[in-house]
Design a protein around this ligand. Structure first.
Ligand SMILES: [Fe+2]
Ligand SMILES: [Fe+2]
Length: 247
């Protein structure tokens, strides 16, 4: 069985300047709402928050792509990293949907929050990509903390350690005997990686040297499709069975 990479749970970027302080304040405000609304319902919390977490990567990739076209500059590999981040967050959502089902009210919340957050984050990324990446870095710090609490709930027996969903076993290469605990460990490692990548992007945009990046767990390239996909058009080669998308 692939072991989840060792991650540093204690990483927190201290806020320097107005941009960082704004990002941290927004994160704390959203954390307050999440704590109030979900309390210890970690499965439901994961589902709703992963629908938010999958937005910044796609917005960042789109706006970086357009800026590179306008300025006729290299993206230095950022676009693929950001798109992969969005994809990875969507896989977190698909996985937790197999563990618990959102209520009708939570689905309504997702609809409203997606519109509000998409517009907010799009505007923020246009005005200050550095602040936008710092904000995601802080979101991911909170995600690492949330999943650590989820693990504690499972270990204490307050959340059932059910078998890992098949989609998770395929995506993270976990054995059939894997459990929800194994899934939460690899999801938390994903979040730690996103945390360091986004703080690194913010540092780079601020003219500073990015810090070390937490290792990324292995991921299958097929996502939630069939194990071996048929070519979409005849004559095209079938995709490779699995690769490590980034790093
Ligand atoms: Fe996530
Ligand atoms: Fe994340």
């Amino acid at each position: 069985m692939r072991r989840p990479p060792e991650i540093d749970l204690s990483i927190h970027h201290p806020a320097h300047g107005g941009s960082d302080r704004f990002a941290l304040a927004v994160t704390r405000l959203l954390r307050f709402f999440a704590d109030t609304f979900f309390a210890k319902r970690y499965g439901h919390r994961a589902i709703v928050l992963e629908t938010v977490a999958a937005v910044p990567g796609m917005v960042g990739a789109t706006l970086t792509h357009l800026r590179c076209l306008r300025q006729m500059k290299s993206d230095r590999g950022w676009i693929r990293i950001l798109m992969e981040e969005a994809e990875n967050e969507r896989m977190h959502l698909m996985t937790f949907l197999e563990v618990c089902k959102p209520t009708l009210f939570e689905r309504l919340i997702v609809l409203i929050v997606q519109w509000l957050f998409y517009i907010f984050f799009f505007a923020l990324y246009l005005i200050s990509p550095k602040t936008a990446h710092r904000l995601v870095g802080y979101f991911e710090e909170e995600a690492v903390i949330s999943y650590t609490h989820y693990l504690a709930e499972i270990d204490a027996g307050r959340s059932a350690n059910v078998p890992a969903p098949a989609i998770a076993c395929r995506y993270w290469g976990l054995p059939e005997s894997a459990t929800l605990r194994d899934v939460v460990l690899v999801v938390r490692a994903d979040e730690a990686h996103h945390r360091d990548v986004n703080h690194g992007f913010a540092a780079d945009l601020g003219g500073k040297t990015p810090g070390a990046i937490s290792p990324y767990p292995w991921h299958a390239a097929e996502l939630d499709g069939p194990a071996v996909q048929e070519p979409v058009l005849s004559g095209l080669p079938a995709p490779q069975s699995s690769t490590n998308a980034i790093g």
